[in-house]
Structure formats: C-alpha cells, structure tokens
Design a protein around this ligand. Structure first.
Ligand code: ZN
Length: 206
C-alpha cells in the first residue's frame, strides 16, 4: 500500500464520523454514510429489471458468490447489496463499496447480462486492498477500537458495539497493532481469535 495511506484512511474515517456526528467508539451505519455521499443503496428485490430467476440465483441459490456491486450512471451511483448475507456482512460490503468511491477507484463497468444477471465490474488487487483497508477504518477506527478495547477484551462485545462481525474486529485488532498495544492477558478467553498471521486477510467482501 502507498506510503501514508493507512494514516490518511484513519483521518478520512475520522472526518466522516465527525460530519455524521458519530463518535469513534460508536457504530457507524454505512447506510448513513451512503446518504451523506449521495449514493443510493438497493437490494436485488428493489430492481424491477432483474428477472425472478436472476433474483433467485443471486439471493437463494448462490448467495456466497457476490456481496455487492456498484453501478455508475453519469454521476449517479447505486450500490446493490446481497440481501441473502448477514447484516454485518452487508455493512462491511457497503463500507467497502463506499471506500472504492471515496478513493475514486475506477472499475470495468458492471453490466446486465441478457438473462438479467448482474456482471460485476472488477477492480485490480491493489484497489481491492485499499478499499478493504479504508472500509475497515470507516467501520472500526483505530482510536475508537483502542478506547473500546480498554473497556472490554471480549471480541464479540466489540463486534456488537461497532456493528460488525467478530472476524472484522479480530482483523482490525491485529492489523492496526491495537492488539499489541492493549496487552490483553492471553488467559482471557477470546472466541474467534485468529491464531496466526497467515489468516490475516480482510474479511471477504466479494
Ligand atoms: Zn472491491
């Protein structure tokens, strides 16, 4: 990642939280951020041009195959979220898509296939990593995580506090260095803790 990128992300996340009146230790609802950015958010059910077969495929048959897609038309942006996935996952996907937007990433155009299926435009690997990182900062800012982590060492409690999955909390704790800084006692039972750094990929968004 570019030099200074991570610090920039934390500052950017802080600024958006300030604009929305959300404290660093509180959950940021990415739908509110979408509103603030003038981005519409929908689910496949909201899209009349999508055939019933396509909807069933996307939501029921293969809900794991995609998380979100952003459609651009002129200056307008529409994010379509997979309503077949958990709320925590949908929030993470939305934050990720908004991060692409904030970062001015450009992707191949998403298209509708002849059957009405959405074909997702693709970003390159570096853009994906950047969007993962900024998305994580928006939902779980480093300062807020440090403060909250001084009050509780229970990852699921932190997940509820920030409105994200436990995997997201674990990932942020590890990759921001907050875990080291907190010096939680290893004897404290912590469900969901990943044990080694090879598992430290961002929680999946696509
Ligand atoms: Zn992406």
């Amino acid at each position: 990642m570019r030099r200074g990128f991570k610090a920039w992300c934390e500052r950017t996340a802080y600024d958006y939280r300030q604009a929305l009146g959300v404290a660093p230790t509180e959950a940021l609802d990415p739908h509110r951020l979408a509103d603030h950015l003038g981005v519409r958010v929908a689910t496949p059910e909201d899209i009349p041009t999508l055939s019933d077969t396509a909807k069933r495929q996307l939501i029921k048959v293969d809900p794991g195959s995609w998380s979100a897609v952003t459609i651009a038309q002129g200056k307008a942006r529409l994010v379509i979220l997979n309503s077949g996935q958990s709320i925590a996952r949908q929030r993470s996907s939305l934050a990720h898509e908004l991060a692409h937007l904030i970062l001015n990433h450009t992707a191949d155009e998403a298209q509708l296939s002849r059957e009405g299926l959405l074909l997702r435009g693709s970003f390159d690997r570096e853009q994906e990593d950047e969007a993962d990182w900024l998305g994580g900062c928006l939902l779980v800012p480093r300062d807020g995580l440090l403060k909250a982590g001084r009050r509780t060492a229970d990852e699921p409690t932190l997940a509820t506090q920030f409105g994200v999955s436990t995997d997201m909390i674990v990932w942020r704790l590890r990759t921001t260095g907050v875990l080291r800084q907190l010096r939680w006692q290893p004897s404290q039972p912590r469900r969901g803790t990943l044990r080694n750094d090879r598992q430290m990929a961002a929680p999946k968004n696509h």
